[in-house]
Design a protein around this ligand. Structure first.
Ligand SMILES: *Cc1c(COP(=O)(O)O)cnc(C)c1O
Length: 303
């Protein structure tokens, strides 16, 4: 049994008309934990539970921590989500509602992560759950491509968002095992959360000084090394758009498909709504609608 569900792949008339292309949507926003993260984190948590873990320690007040908490609840285990002092009360509340414990530590993610690593180190029955850098997780994320390859036609381009690159590594892993190795990927980020674009341009991992975008779920300071390595044998292009493009796309998508997504997801939609040059000559596009729980009607109105 998996913790995630099979999601629909639908054709989007509004996005097809906006871009003059054929656009399909893989609707990860409807995963029970609100984002694609349940696929990979669910897989990783199930694996660690089989190995005897009794609790998961996840350094993330966002969708990764929420997915780990969801997995713990489903598996009848404990989750401790370690977040920095900057994490919002809403985020903490949504995690505690799942029965997980929130541990506030440190001024930023790095400090919370150090604490999570130390907690996991000192507890033999605990499993540390990284938000994006884990090959077992990527295997799990790859199931969205296992499904898509049966649900619809092969696309000429896959558009997805990149934070630390877990989704990217997972999608490429899934493409490899489904004969889609030749399909290029467009990696979308917002200005201020563009660690992958900068690393791709430099040909090495570049670390951002600060995260300065409303797309907080893309807020990794540096991408996973593997994400950059994948770019060596796959066609992976980059698109960096503004926060306002991401937010406008969230609004348009809510009107067009009645689905509310985070700006982190909006930036991938923005690339298609705005028919950006980075789409090149792709006729048929698949967008990973990655979702996210860090959004509400009032929050969207305030952005
Ligand atoms: C985690 C997340 C991302 C970025 O995924 P990475 O694996 O960090 O690249 C994008 N959008 C949403 C909604 C997310 O939860």
């Amino acid at each position: 049994m998996t913790l995630h569900i099979e999601t629909p792949l639908i054709e989007s008339i509004p996005l097809s008309q906006a871009s003059g292309r054929e656009v399909f949507l893989k609707l990860e926003a409807i995963q029970p934990a609100g984002s694609f993260k349940l696929r990979g984190i669910g897989r990783l948590c199930e694996e660690r539970a089989r190995e005897g873990a009794l609790r998961f320690i996840a350094p993330s007040g966002g969708n990764a921590g929420y997915a780990a908490s969801w997995a713990a609840r489903e598996l009848g285990l404990e989750a401790i989500v370690v977040v920095p002092v900057t994490t919002s009360q809403e985020a903490k509340d949504s995690i505690t509602r799942l029965g997980a414990e929130v541990c506030v530590h440190g001024a930023n993610w790095n400090e919370a992560n150090e604490k999570a690593l130390a907690m996991a180190e000192s507890d033999p029955r605990a499993a540390y759950i990284h938000p994006f850098d884990d090959p077992i997780m990527w295997e799990g994320h790859g199931t969205m491509i296992d499904e898509a390859s049966c649900q619809g036609p092969k696309p000429d381009l896959i558009v997805l968002s990149v934070g630390g690159g877990g989704l990217l590594c997972g999608v490429v892993t899934g493409m490899d095992r489904n004969g889609w190795k030749d399909v290029p990927v467009l990696a979308a980020e917002t200005v201020g959360c563009d660690c992958f674009a900068r690393s791709l341009a430099a040909g090495r991992i570049v670390e951002l000084d600060a995260i300065t975008s409303v797309a907080t779920s893309l807020g990794a300071k540096a991408p996973a090394t593997r994400a950059l390595e994948f770019a060596g044998d796959h066609s992976i292009r980059s698109y960096v758009g503004s926060d306002s493009s991401a937010v406008s796309a969230c609004r348009a998508f809510l009107d067009d498909h009645r689905i509310l997504v985070e700006p982190a997801c909006g930036i991938a939609l923005a690339a298609v709504y705005e028919n950006v040059p980075e789409l090149e000559d792709a006729r048929r596009i698949m967008v990973i609608v990655c979702g996210g729980i860090g959004i509400s009607a009032s929050k969207l109105a305030s952005l």
